[in-house]
Design a protein. Structure first.
Length: 367
């Protein structure tokens, strides 16, 4: 259906995950139309499809893995493309699952290295995109436990919606992805979640609103209205009384095509890794330190040898655009200097001069 002439149509891509909820809620609530926009939401089969369609202009913007944007910016695995992160869409909410028998061993205190030795082969573990968040959470989790992700395990890429089937077929020992695919794999009896991503990096960035940088440069007012729309939706999603309605929308065939009860079960469970969409804007700010963390990990694993991290991040993360949009929405602006976390291996991020080196650094885990 053609959007009215008064509305600016935007083609927005998403992958079928709970954390695409801000895009769905914004459209269902009519927030896009209130701000003179018409969202055309397009479900994508994989993150590589999101990347390719952003690059060739088939999508104006997308729900995207944080690291996917930096992979495109740096030309890692695809042609280089100047990219923009307009806002963070959520924090936390991801996880790592293992096959039930292996999960039982792990919970009994048997190390990953011992489990691998008992199998007589490296663990085969899946993530969703080579430079994406799930790859970095999986690598960090393995390294913090003395397993080199590139030498001592076999890490493969599989679209998130295919994880359960791959476990069922015996192709994998485990996977790192977002919900509701852990819940589905557990319901099928083929996997059990052993780690939440918030245990790896509390309040970590996860999905972002991404676009080619030319959209921001050529149409900053339009980009600002897009951010405002999704900020209002994110704030609405953080209200517990709205979760059931949001889950019902996500359950529709056009989005996740999955029972609302399964979506809601993860969202509201005590061990769900505290999936956050707004928290008065503290979730959504495109912190420069978040981008720098991904560049640090790419260097750690031999994926990127660049040094100009600060300038790369300053160009990608659209802090000024975000701040203007947040003010229009009446959301407070967080103090970026206050953002600080201690990761699972004791590493502080941003790094502190008085902090002890991480386990990964002490083990000299480099490619």
């Amino acid at each position: 259906m053609t959007a009215p002439a008064s509305l600016h149509q935007l083609k927005l891509g998403f992958v079928a995950l709970t954390d695409c909820a801000a895009l769905v809620a914004a459209h269902k609530l009519g927030l896009d139309r209130e701000l003179g926009l018409q969202f055309c939401l397009q479900r994508q089969p994989s993150w590589s499809a999101v990347r390719d369609k952003l690059m060739n202009g088939q999508l104006d913007a997308a729900h995207a893995l944080y690291g996917l944007v930096y992979g495109m910016q740096l030309g890692m695995g695809s042609p280089q493309c100047d990219m923009a992160i307009l806002m963070t869409l959520n924090q936390n909410g991801q996880g790592i699952s293992l096959a039930p028998a292996l999960a039982d061993q792990y919970r009994q205190g048997i190390s990953l290295a011992e489990i691998s030795r008992d199998l007589g082969r490296p663990l085969v573990l899946a993530h969703t995109f080579p430079t994406g968040t799930h790859a970095m959470w999986l690598y960090y989790w393995l390294a913090a436990q003395g397993v080199h992700p590139l030498r001592d395990a076999r890490c493969v890429v599989i679209p998130p919606a295919q994880m359960g089937a791959a476990m069922q077929d015996g192709m994998l020992d485990g996977f790192c992805a977002g919900q509701p695919w852990h819940a589905q794999a557990q319901q099928l009896g083929v996997a059990s979640r052993v780690a939440d991503s918030a245990a790896i990096w509390p309040e970590h960035p996860e999905k972002v609103l991404a676009c080619r940088r030319e959209l921001v440069q050529q149409q900053p007012e339009l980009a600002g209205r897009l951010v405002q729309t999704l900020l209002l939706a994110s704030h609405w999603l953080d209200q517990p009384e709205n979760h059931a309605q949001a889950a019902a929308w996500l359950a529709e065939d056009a989005y996740l095509a999955m029972p609302a009860e399964l979506i809601l079960q993860h969202w509201e469970s005590a061990d769900a890794g505290q999936l956050r969409f707004c928290t008065d804007g503290r979730v959504n700010y495109p912190y420069l330190s978040d981008g720098l963390w991904f560049l640090q990990q790419y260097r750690r694993w031999g994926m990127w040898q660049g040094e100009a991290g600060q300038s790369v991040v300053a160009a990608v993360n659209q802090t000024a655009l975000y701040e203007q949009a947040a003010r229009c929405c009446g959301l407070p602006l967080p103090a970026p200097a206050d953002r600080h976390s201690v990761l699972m291996d004791g590493c502080h991020w941003p790094e502190r001069a008085d902090a002890a080196p991480s386990v990964g650094a002490m083990l000299n885990f480099t490619h």
